[in-house]
Ligand binder design. Structure first.
Ligand SMILES: Nc1ncnc2c1ncn2[C@@H]1O[C@H](COP(=O)(O)OP(=O)(O)O)[C@@H](O)[C@H]1O
Ligand SMILES: [Mg+2]
Length: 251
C-alpha cells in the first residue's frame, strides 16, 4: 500500500538560507508521526509547505493521491477537506465566537444547512470536551480551551489528516498531557492520521508512533519511539536528553 503522505526530496530556501535540503518522509494512514528538531530547524517551514503556505524550490508533496502543488480548483477544495490544521497557539479568529471558529470551513466549503452545521459543531465540541461553549469568545477561554477549540476546528471537515504545530508549547505540563491525550483520542476514535511538529520530547514519547528529527535541513533520524530511545547517534542523543553539550550547537 502506498503512503498517505509522501514528501519527496523537498528543498526550501530563503535567499542564502537552505532550510530544507532535500527531505524525504512517508506517513501511512492511521499513523501519528512527530517531526522534531531544535528551534529554527525548519519544522514550521516543512509544515507550511505541506499546507501550501509555502511552495518548495524543489521536490514534491503528495497527499492522498494529490500532488499538492499541481491542483486545479476542484482538487484544491478536495485537498482542504482532507486536511485540518492546528496552528501554534491555536490561532483562533478573535472576532469570531467558538461556534463561528469551528464552523468556518464548513460554511465556506460545504453546502450543509444551518442545522446540519450546528449538529457537526455540537459533535466536534463534545469530542474535545467543550460542549456548551459555542457562544464564548476565544479571548475569554484559557489557552488549553483555545487549543481544544483549535482541534475542534481542525476536525470539523472530518479530514483524513491533521497537522499540528507545537500543540504543547506554551502550556503547563498537565495541559500538555491533556492535549496529548486528545490527539491520541482523535487518532483512535476518528482514525485520523496526524503529523505533529514538536520539540517536546515527553509529548513525543507519549504520543508518537514514529518520529523524524530535522537537523541541518535533513532528517537525521527516522524511526519508532523505541528506536529513538535506543539510538546512539550523538546528535539524536543530545536532543533526546536535552543536553547543552554535544555536537549540536544549542543556539
Ligand atoms: N518567511 C520566512 N522568510 C525567511 N526566513 C524564514 C521564513 N520562515 C522561516 N524562516 C527561517 O527558516 C528557519 C526555520 O524556521 P522554522 O521552520 O520556523 O523553525 P522551527 O523548527 O523552530 O519551527 C529559521 O532560520 C527561520 O528564520
Ligand atoms: Mg516552529
Amino acid at each position: 500500500m502506498s503512503a498517505l503522505i509522501s514528501i519527496k526530496n523537498v528543498t526550501k530556501k530563503f535567499k542564502d538560507l537552505t532550510v530544507l535540503d532535500g527531505v524525504n518522509l512517508e506517513i501511512n494512514s492511521g499513523e501519528i508521526v512527530y517531526v522534531i528538531g531544535k528551534s529554527g530547524s525548519g519544522k514550521s517551514v516543512l509544515l507550511k509547505n505541506m499546507i501550501r503556505l509555502f511552495k518548495p524550490d524543489e521536490g514534491e508533496i503528495h497527499i492522498d493521491g494529490l500532488d499538492i502543488f499541481k491542483l486545479d480548483e476542484k482538487e484544491l477544495i478536495e485537498f482542504r477537506k482532507k486536511t485540518g490544521v492546528l496552528f501554534q497557539m491555536a490561532a483562533l479568529f478573535d472576532s469570531l465566537t467558538v461556534f463561528d471558529n469551528v464552523s468556518f470551513t464548513l460554511r465556506r466549503f460545504t453546502k450543509y444547512s444551518k442545522s446540519e452545521i450546528k449538529d457537526i459543531v455540537d459533535e466536534k465540541l463534545a469530542l474535545v470536551g467543550l460542549r456548551g461553549y459555542e457562544n464564548s469568545w476565544p479571548a475569554s477561554l484559557s489557552i488549553g480551551m483555545q487549543k481544544r477549540v483549535g482541534l475542534a476546528r481542525a476536525i470539523a471537515m472530518e479530514p483524513k489528516i491533521i497537522f499540528c504545530d507545537e500543540p504543547t508549547t506554551g502550556v503547563d505540563p498537565l495541559l500538555g498531557a491533556a492535549v496529548d491525550d486528545l490527539i491520541k483520542k482523535l487518532n483512535r476514535e476518528l482514525g485520523v492520521t496526524v503529523m505533529v511538529i514538536s520539540h517536546d520530547m515527553e509529548s513525543t514519547f507519549r504520543v508518537a508512533h514514529r518520529v523524524a528529527m530535522l537537523y541541518n535541513g535533513k532528517f537525521e533520524f527516522t524511526g519508532t519511539t523505541e528506536e529513538l530511545k535506543n539510538n546512539d547517534n550523538p546528535i539524536v542523543r543530545q536532543f533526546v536528553t536535552g543536553s547543552a553539550h554535544g555536537p549540536m550547537s544549542v543556539i
